[in-house]
Design a protein around this ligand. Structure first.
Ligand SMILES: N[C@@H](CCC(=O)N[C@@H](CS)C(=O)NCC(=O)O)C(=O)O
Length: 210
């Protein structure tokens, strides 16, 4: 498999943790989202992902798979052990519920393309991000609190943790107030102990600035 990504892309980061957790070898192709407007807009990358985004995971016969959560679902079905979803249907739905709060409710408001367009419109993109990411994480804290154990849903690692950890790193970079998120911060600390989170971390990637 070949993963096209960017070191600090939160969506790529989710996939990296899953690949590390499941012990799946892959080649990494760095797509620089920033220099000269971003390599995500090149014709070669757009052929892989017409949305001009990362991640893209080339799977069987080099077929490009996009959308990080679809990629996680694919990896889970293809390589179910060790699992990243519970077996109980309601618990599985809970994992997906928390995952989508970030994937559908927060991250689309913060990505590089949005920031660039806000800046072009003369809007303070950093203030926009602090507002929407802060509001989303406060809601996520309230939704996670009754479900959490060692991780977001009980004591088993899941997609919800893989989306949470990169999002908190993003929020910190933008100075979002994290003081009201004790449950999420404890889960983040628990995840940080695991090898897959160490290997998946943005700063461990070959395209991260040294
Ligand atoms: N829903 C997509 C979101 C992908 C996404 O927003 N990727 C960002 C990096 S985290 C990106 O490529 N941004 C480039 C841009 O907006 O120009 C997924 O989960 O894969």
């Amino acid at each position: 498999m070949k993963l096209h990504g960017f070191w600090r892309s939160t969506a790529t980061w989710r996939v990296r943790i899953a690949l590390a957790y499941k012990g799946l070898d892959h080649e990494y192709v760095a797509v620089d989202l920033l220099t000269d407007g971003g390599a995500q807009h090149s014709p070669e990358h757009r052929r892989l992902n017409p949305m001009a985004q990362v991640p893209v995971l080339e799977v069987e016969d080099g077929q490009p798979l996009t959308q990080s959560i679809a990629i996680l679902e694919y990896l889970e079905e293809r390589h179910p052990s060790p699992p990243l979803l519970p077996t109980d249907p309601l618990q599985r739905a809970r994992v997906r519920q928390l995952t989508e709060v970030i994937n559908a409710g927060i991250q689309p408001l913060q990505n590089t393309g949005i920031q660039r367009h806000l800046d072009a419109l003369g809007v303070d993109s950093a203030a926009w991000i602090r507002h929407f990411v802060g509001k989303g994480l406060v809601a996520l804290e309230a939704m996670t609190r009754p479900l959490a154990g060692h991780f977001s849903v009980g004591d088993a690692l899941s997609f919800a943790d893989l989306t949470l950890v990169p999002e908190l790193a993003f929020a910190r970079r933008f100075g979002v107030d994290l003081s009201e998120l004790p449950t999420l911060l404890q889960i983040e600390a628990n995840c940080a102990e695991l090898e897959c989170f160490k290997r998946g971390h943005a700063e461990m990637q070959p395209d991260a600035p040294r």
